[in-house]
Design a protein around this ligand. Structure first.
Ligand SMILES: [Zn+2]
Length: 481
């Protein structure tokens, strides 16, 4: 009897293995490597232009803080001076004083246009961090073939690379087939509400349906895919949602010498811990699955057996991705307290305690579901839970990786980066392009850089090589290659 069961069990395991091996063998093979050509230097002046752009302090200080308008005017003048042909031959529209859309009319108006996006504002450098910089943070220093300073990577390099590539094509008398729009925002680092949001509304009003909207986001990654042993160019095809949830507890306070058993701070504290102790179910959405498939294609047969049988191994793969905070954010909606407020004096128990949770919502889930999850986790009527509506952004839909725009970008990358693996992925942070996602299925996030450092941090910098690569990339795109 025992023997019979053992045989059945072995047979089942055998069948399972056969199915898994079959799925692994019939998985799509990676594309063969393409011959790549060295990237030519297209503009000698690009590095100087980027250096000058960094020196202008177009800082977004905070949601409600005013900007230094003189700096934004200076930035506009710099662009006018550096790119005379762009300003003569393209039309420029201004939105809310400092955001711009340039229109470069194409020869064939039947073709849907491209929208190239970038933002001109930067995050501030904290006074305490300044001393840790190797060069003054807004100096735009060029040394060791590298351009240093706030905005070198995020995102002035894109502003400069786009305009540089167009200027050089105009010098040659080139006219694109399709119309090209260049959308430059001035408030991406706060909300994009005066810039990209208004610009995207204009596109919608005009009934313009772009064949591609390209913004910052992915890049050529040399560090995070060690086991693949190849550069991995990640092109984002979707973005997580964004939401703030306020928790408020109101319990009469009093003198701190005679505390009640529970104070507003205690109740709030418990609620925070309850939320942090739980996590929303992990999910592998389409771009993440595709990333796992495309990168694992270069790994061992066993790894491929795991990644090509997600019907059985999904939980295992998710558990693996949960190990680092970057990959964890790709498979979970995150919830983290970012503001906690209570108390005005050391000997007074406050009546009100408040916390704000910032949440990045995985596509497939909704803000209402997350609020419900928080309510269930807290399970205490004394805690009033409310989502903020001002900054709320539900998660986006995806651009399919079979979309012609994705395929064109994939092709340009494969022709210019040796042995590269190109893959879709999910944007964890938010960009200006999210405003286009509500009416366009052609939004992608990618910058053709591979060795940039100090994003939002200390010693932000980019190599001249990477600046060249970006200009080259945009030129290929503009020429429909
Ligand atoms: Zn940015």
């Amino acid at each position: 009897m025992k023997n019979r069961w053992l045989k059945i069990l072995l047979a089942l395991v055998g069948i399972l293995l056969i199915v898994m091996i079959y799925n692994t063998l019939r998985a799509p093979k990676p594309l063969p490597d393409q011959a790549t050509a060295p990237i030519p230097v297209i503009s000698d002046s690009a590095a100087i232009h980027l250096s000058k752009a960094i020196q202008i302090k177009t800082i977004s200080k905070g949601d409600t803080l005013p900007i230094d308008t003189a700096e934004f005017v200076a930035f506009r003048l710099l662009l006018e001076k550096s790119y005379p042909l762009v300003h003569h031959q393209l039309t420029r529209q201004t939105f809310n004083e400092f955001s711009y859309v340039f229109t470069w009319k194409g020869k064939n108006t039947a073709l849907a246009p491209y929208v190239l996006m970038a933002h001109m504002d930067v995050v501030p450098v904290e006074a305490v961090a300044e001393k840790n910089w190797s060069v003054p943070s807004f100096s735009g220093t060029i040394k060791n073939d590298t351009i240093w300073g706030r905005g070198a990577v995020d995102d002035k390099v894109a502003v400069i690379a786009i305009l540089e590539s167009v200027e050089k094509l105009l010098e040659k008398g080139y006219t694109p087939d399709r119309t090209i729009y260049i959308s430059l925002g001035h408030d991406e680092e706060v909300s994009g509400k005066s810039g990209a949001k208004v610009i995207s509304a204009w596109f919608k009003e005009q009934g313009i349906k772009p064949a591609l909207v390209l913004d910052e986001g992915g890049q050529i990654d040399l560090q995070h895919f060690k086991s693949v042993q190849r550069p991995v160019a990640v092109v984002a095809t979707g973005e997580k949602g964004y939401m703030n949830i306020d928790l408020t507890v109101e319990i009469p306070g009093g003198h701190s010498s005679m505390p009640a058993k529970e104070t507003a701070i205690d109740v709030l504290n418990k609620a925070i811990l309850q939320i942090r102790a739980r996590k929303l179910p992990g999910e592998m959405i389409e771009p993440v699955q595709e990333l796992v498939h495309r990168t694992s294609a270069y790994e061992s047969f066993f790894t491929r057996m795991v990644t090509n049988n997600l019907w059985l191994t999904k939980k295992l793969v998710i558990a693996q991705l949960e190990k680092t905070k970057e990959t964890n954010a790709m498979v979970h909606t995150t919830l983290v307290p970012t503001i906690v407020q209570a108390g005005i004096k050391d000997n007074v128990i406050p009546t009100v305690a408040k916390a704000t949770f910032n949440s990045r919502i995985l596509p497939g889930q909704t803000s209402d579901e997350i609020v419900q999850f928080v309510k269930e986790a807290v399970n205490d009527e004394r805690v009033v839970i409310k989502k903020q509506t001002i900054s709320l952004m539900e998660p986006s839909s995806f651009t399919p990786h079979t979309h012609p725009a994705f395929l064109q970008i994939e092709n340009i990358i494969r022709k210019s980066v040796p042995k590269v693996v190109v893959s879709p992925f999910l944007m964890i942070g938010a960009t200006d392009s999210r405003y286009f996602r509500s009416f366009s299925d052609a939004v992608l996030n990618f910058s053709a850089v591979q060795d940039v450092k100090g994003y939002h941090g200390i010693d932000e910098r980019i190599g001249i090589n990477d600046l060249n690569r970006m200009i080259y990339f945009y030129q290929q795109l503009l020429q429909g290659k």
